[in-house]
Ligand binder design. Structure first.
Ligand code: GTP
Ligand code: MG
Length: 352
């Protein structure tokens, strides 16, 4: 996957999502062979309305929804995938390079609103991928999320995707006032920006999973191109304490993260998650394995960016990416949300 990213990277900038995306998201569930009215009703009741919704679910979720055994659920899941392959929406198990190329050309990028972070991310936050920002408290993860909420709504020429946002807030730290401030500082109309953000407060990990399950309908309704989960891990960490619960925690988190990856790929949208790491005084660079989600988040996030404080500045580093440069980028927190450090940003503003 990373190698393909590298190859398609240059071409993907101006490409928009393929036309068939729109029609594929409208294919209703009963167009699948073997889905009768009763099954349809049960699926619909569980928020599964289209073939795409079905493809995003895991077989066990489908089994729960229709009250069937796993075999029947796997059969439905396979049918949904096959249908999407027929519609050229998903890749077949064996697929021509040109098909992959076509799909990957649909990858878009969202500017972070800072030149430095955009450079670090080779152009911005990618769709069809999950990007994780992890770091200790106050490192700026939530500020990055708020800034992205404003940026993604801008037109392409200005670094956005003219898209809406779903913000899953698990720590009760989403602040509309901050969105207003960032929008104003960047010269955008705050009300329009606020209207483009749907906030879902997740009260516990099960609720968080439920919200993700209902995401498909929102994505279609609002034209969502960015889903934020701030933080992805906090509830799991709080609820599953002690060694005995660790494997269940990792299992649940694993399922949640994989559902996010599928959502990003199927709907061609960007997913951004945050993850707090405890500061560890005995290491200089922080230790990626200390991220609270442990290895689960590390393995399913497509990109991981480690953020830390150095005095007033913040430093971001791309971790474990075979095609991004091994270097660090500086950014600051100010009225524009996140920003380039003073000299650079003032030069940029003067010249623009
Ligand atoms: P946790 O969620 O606790 O893990 O931290 P985080 O990484 O999400 O940190 P967050 O993004 O909330 O950053 C908090 C910091 O942002 C504060 O310490 C402030 O320095 C800065 N900040 C927040 N709001 C503003 C603001 O309106 N103006 C400025 N200049 N800075 C702000
Ligand atoms: Mg935060």
């Amino acid at each position: 996957m990373p190698r393909e990213k590298e190859e398609s990277h240059k071409e993907s900038k101006d490409a928009s999502a393929p036309k068939e995306d729109l029609s594929a998201s409208d294919v209703e569930i009963d167009e699948l062979e073997g889905v009768g009215p009763a099954t349809k009703e049960k699926l619909n009741n569980a928020g599964i309305l289209t073939v795409m919704d079905l493809a995003v679910k895991s077989p066990s979720e489908i089994a729960d929804a229709i009250g069937s055994d796993l075999a029947r659920a796997v059969e439905l899941s396979t049918k949904a995938r096959t249908k999407l392959v027929e519609l050229h929406y998903l890749e077949d198990d064996f697929v021509s390079a040109s098909e992959i190329y076509k799909r990957r050309k649909a990858i878009d990028r969202i500017s972070t609103g800072t030149k430095n972070l955009d450079d670090l991310l080779a152009g911005g936050i990618e769709t069809q991928a999950v990007t994780e920002f992890y770091g200790e408290f106050g490192s700026g993860k939530t500020q990055i999320c708020h800034t992205l909420c404003v940026m993604v709504q801008q037109p392409k020429e200005q670094g956005g995707l003219s898209g809406k946002v779903v913000y899953i807030d698990t720590e009760n730290t989403f602040r509309p006032e901050r969105i207003v401030g960032i929008a104003q500082a960047r010269g955008y109309e705050p009300d329009a920006i606020l209207n483009g953000i749907v906030v879902a407060k997740a009260y516990n990990s099960s609720h968080q999973e439920l919200i993700l399950g209902e995401l498909g309908a929102r994505v279609r309704e609002f034209g969502v191109r960015l889903v934020i989960v701030d933080s992805a891990v906090a509830h799991y960490r709080a609820e599953f304490l002690g060694r005995g619960t660790l494997s269940e925690r990792q299992q649940r988190l694993n399922k949640f993260m994989h559902a996010l990856v599928r959502t990003a790929e199927i709907y061609n949208l960007a997913v951004v998650v945050t993850n707090q790491v405890q500061s560890s005084p005995d290491t200089f660079f922080g230790d990626p394995t200390k991220a609270t989600g442990g290895h689960v988040v590390a393995h399913t996030s497509t990109y991981r960016v480690y953020v830390r404080k150095t005095g007033k500045n913040r430093v971001a580093r791309m971790v474990d990416s075979p095609y991004h440069p091994e270097r660090e980028s500086l950014f600051i927190l100010d009225e524009r949300g996140i920003d380039d450090p003073q000299e650079e940003s003032s030069t940029r503003r003067r010249s623009s």
